[in-house]
Design a protein around this ligand. Structure first.
Ligand code: MN
Length: 287
């Protein structure tokens, strides 16, 4: 299932006829606005058959509309938390340090040392907005990543059971100010975590361990990699983080970026393509 949040934070899914079906009511009566996707994810085992029924059937059913006719919001507008993996590809480690690196002369370690960091949930953005760069003259980079959406509460989950706790996957940009400030500040500005356009449920992806990731800026390929090159793969990330903090339905994990990071500028057009997971297009705002 391919899930969208649209217009006034309603929830929709792509139906058999290719149009968007409104399944907002499946999120339950208590959930409003930006919290509906979290509520739907928590209820998904109970409502997935109702969702399937809503998506089946003839073209032109009442309540369906073309995707082009709605305003597409970020598909998880308010995750309870966003955990992110630092330096989780070897070639990205290499480009960050050394004489020509992003941080010249620095000895860059990997996730095995840095472990993880948290991004503010308010940094989420989607196709309905632009990436904003509020600090003039400071370098801000693109980081193309696969996002994992947690489906079931996970605490102390083994590697073998890890993928049972995944709801789905989403293209994710971990936009990053370079500099001396703490990661949690540099990566938490409003609009610094674009996701979307949809969450694709895990059953449509199978193994997340062999997905091609490609990021183009103004049509030029900047990052190209495959998730098989992750230092900590997705089961390991879930095992690792759930050993020390509870992962909850709707949480996001940013799994780390491959080599090829670089600065973005006002007016740049970014396109992140992760095949069946989707293609996210974002523009950098002009001041
Ligand atoms: Mn990152």
């Amino acid at each position: 299932v391919r899930l969208f949040v649209f217009d006034d934070y309603r929830v929709g899914a792509i139906a058999a006829d290719g149009t968007l079906a409104d399944i907002t009511e499946l999120a339950g009566p208590g959930a409003a606005g930006r919290d509906r996707m979290t509520a739907l994810i928590a209820r998904w085992p109970e409502v997935r058959e109702q969702a399937a029924a809503a998506l089946a059937g003839p073209a032109g059913r009442v309540g369906r509309r073309p995707l082009a006719a709605v305003r597409i919001r970020p598909p998880q507008p308010r995750p309870p938390k966003i955990i992110a993996a630092p330096v989780n590809y070897r070639l990205h480690q290499a480009e960050m340090g050394g004489t020509d690196g992003v941080y010249p002369g620095a000895a860059i370690k990997t996730i095995e040392t840095y472990a993880g960091f948290i991004k503010a949930p308010t940094s989420i953005a989607g196709p309905d907005s632009r990436i904003r760069l509020p600090l003039a003259g400071r370098r801000v980079d693109h980081e193309a990543e696969l996002g994992v959406v947690i489906g079931r509460t996970a605490l102390d989950v083994s590697r073998a059971a890890a993928l049972d706790h995944v709801f789905g996957y989403v293209p994710l940009l971990d936009i990053t100010l370079r500099g001396e400030e703490d990661r949690s500040y540099r990566k938490s500005f409003d609009t610094f975590t674009p996701i979307g356009p949809a969450i694709v449920t895990a059953d449509e992806i199978g193994s997340p361990g062999a997905l091609d990731i490609e990021l183009a800026v103004n049509g030029e390929i900047r990052q190209r990699a495959n998730t098989r090159d992750l230092i900590y793969d997705i089961p390991r990330l879930i095992e690792f983080y759930s050993a020390v903090m509870t992962l909850e339905p709707g949480d996001l994990i940013a799994t780390g970026t491959p080599a090829g990071v670089g600065p973005i500028y006002p007016g740049d057009e970014l396109a992140l393509d992760i095949g069946t997971v989707g293609r996210l297009e974002m523009t950098v705002a002009r001041p």
